[in-house]
Design a binder for this molecule. Sequence first.
Ligand SMILES: Cc1ncc(COP(=O)(O)O)c(C=O)c1O
Length: 419
Amino acid sequence: MRDLFDKIYKDKGPLGKWADQAEGYFVFPKLEGPISNRMRFQGREVITWSINDYLGLANKDEIRKVDAEAAAAYGSAYPMGARMMSGHTDLHEQLQDELAQFVDKEAAYLLNFGYQGMVSTIDALVGKDDIIVYDVDAHACIIDGVRLHQGKRYTYRHNDIESIDKNLMRATKMAEKTGGGILLISEGVFGMRGEQGRLKEIVALKEKYNFRLFVDDAHGFGTLGKTGAGTGEEQGIQDQIDVYFATFAKSMASTGAFIAADQEIIDYLKYNLRSQMFAKSLQMQLVIGALKRLDMLRTMPELKEKLWENVNALQNGLRERGFDLGTTQSCVTPVYLKGSIPEAMALVKDLRENHGIFCSIVVYPVIPKGLILLRLIPTASHTMQDIEETLVAFSAIRERLENGTYKKISAAVAAAMGD
Ligand SMILES: Cc1ncc(COP(=O)(O)O)c(C=O)c1O
């Protein structure tokens, strides 16, 4: 018999194995200073394109004031216990009511974290006879939720209606055997590539198949739709989403999340969501902070307008310069370049050290081999100056990528390291 930790000593996992070369710089970087369009990284000012503070709320004076006052009034303990036992308050209920109204659903329920909330909602919605149909590129929290499911599940090709149709047909046949129902899960906006889930076409399939739709709208809430109610509103099918989810971790610039649905469904989930029944309720300072943020979402449309002015300026500027932004239909701005992982590392270093640009980088195996994905998240707090500097920097790095500069740098680094 071997020691449980042997495998850990030998293999750090697909990401952990890069820790020696990547930690502190490419992963676990320390961004310092107040959350804003410009922060500090390793002593330098950088334009930050890697933070999902879409509406620029994180560091607004009025938000900071409300957060501080709530923390002073309640501390971080209150209320103690799970909602069901001793952690329930009027303000939790008020926030739920206001969220439900905002996303045009009968009722809502708060979740103390989006990730666990999604896992738990999937777990609560399906039993072993039910079938889950979901996107192959779904967020990790959806995959983990599906992992808990004891019945059948089918994945469909990413955002592909033909594949969705085919899998709904398979699921229907299976459900007829098991006597269960079907839950289809999609994201409203896919956070890596920025495409909107094809919700309108998915709900049209309700004519053909009997299924319920659960949408994780982490990136759509606050950024899409006339009022900011998200991807369902944007595509005109909000009423066809059976269970709607959004996190406070993005456009609300906080922590926490919620689900919204018909009253009877929320009443059921309230009594069956294990991540809420057996975990501490959302802290009061976060509840009060969320009420303030929601109020700003509702009453300050100029925040979303400014966000989209920046999104359009950045995306149009990049496209005019010939960059490939793939299929984005949201604020998420992916820039695809051709190159190896060592070239990508040299390129990101150049962006940060010489151009003061901080963005996320995604490489194989998350995307196909030979591609580099730089992911930019524009926010309402960016300025035209930030965008202009970034466009100039991107043209410069592309030239160096194409003329082999990064290949030479990475080869020299590899030689120096004795590879
Ligand atoms: C699509 C999606 N769903 C769920 C989550 C998890 O939300 P939270 O950060 O509130 O746990 C995230 C990340 O924040 C996300 O991008």
